[in-house]
Design a protein around this ligand. Structure first.
Ligand code: BTN
Length: 260
């Protein structure tokens, strides 16, 4: 059972807790399809069995040790081409909750991975329902590695690995704080404070304004992230020009070889 008392207007005020489910994003989408759920409804599980990630990947999280949840939002103040603004708001909401625990090593890797150094602490999967040019519903699915300390991939990390506590982290306490910071960022976006939101997002963006190696169209190249444009594409300056990339069009390379 989840008993949380976030200091929010709507986000996390209604909770659908499932001891186990396939995917909280799927559960949230089913609620949208069945009835008209309240904005801010939080779907959370201890044991997500078929968690979905970006690019068709799976999201694995050991039962009872991590946060796997989805929020139902109605960002009808955004048009379809502005979807990326919601990604920025959700990313920053997660950042704001975890930054006091992790400090300056915390970064958001475009478009919305949560990184500590070169390791992934969490991921975000936002699924929008579009109607014409508008967005009627969004499901913001968030997976954060909290108390798990061993992972299949060496590129994964957790809060407990990065900032250990003797008894680990209290999951309801963390989700409560996340509801507050996520709502603050969502309200910032809803109030039209886009410049401030984007400034903060760029300020914590992984590899922003540093030269690194990327890969696009099977070719690696040196470049520097200089912006994220209005449509959410990554702008990379390379050899005197600025190239814009969509989500699946560019990879970050580690040193010389492995793709991240
Ligand atoms: C990624 O980095 O690939 C995104 C991962 C998103 C995982 C979360 S866990 C809760 C929600 N339910 C899902 O099935 N996926 C998201």
């Amino acid at each position: 059972m989840y008993k949380i008392y976030p200091k929010t207007l709507f986000l996390g005020q209604i909770i659908q807790y499932l001891p186990s489910c396939q995917s909280t994003n799927d559960e949230a989408s089913a609620l949208i399809a069945q009835k008209d759920p309240a904005e801010g409804l939080l779907v959370i599980t201890d044991n997500q069995t078929v968690g979905r990630g970006q690019r068709g990947n799976q999201w694995e999280a050991r039962s009872g040790q991590n946060l796997t949840f989805s929020l139902i939002l109605k960002p009808n103040f955004l048009i379809a081409s502005e979807q990326f603004w919601l990604n920025m708001a959700i990313s920053m909401g997660v950042y704001d909750a975890f930054q006091p625990l992790l400090g300056e090593t915390l970064r958001i890797k475009w478009p919305n991975d949560v990184y500590v150094g070169n390791q992934k602490l969490g991921g975000i999967l936002i699924e929008n329902t579009l109607h014409g040019y508008g967005i009627t519903w969004s499901v913001a699915g968030i997976g954060l590695n909290v108390n798990q300390t061993d992972f299949t991939f060496s590129t994964a990390t957790s809060l407990q690995l990065q900032a250990p506590l003797p008894n680990g982290y209290n999951l309801p306490g963390l989700i409560s704080r996340l509801c507050e910071t996520l709502e603050q960022r969502y309200l910032q976006l809803r109030a039209g404070q886009r410049d401030a939101l984007k400034k903060d997002y760029l300020g914590v963006l992984y590899r922003y304004q540093q030269e690194h190696t990327f890969e696009a169209d099977g070719q690696s190249f040196a470049g520097t992230i200089v912006d994220v444009d209005e449509t959410g594409q990554l702008a990379i300056a390379s050899q005197g020009q600025v190239r814009h990339f969509g989500f699946k069009e560019v990879s970050f390379l580690k040193c010389e070889s492995a793709k991240e």
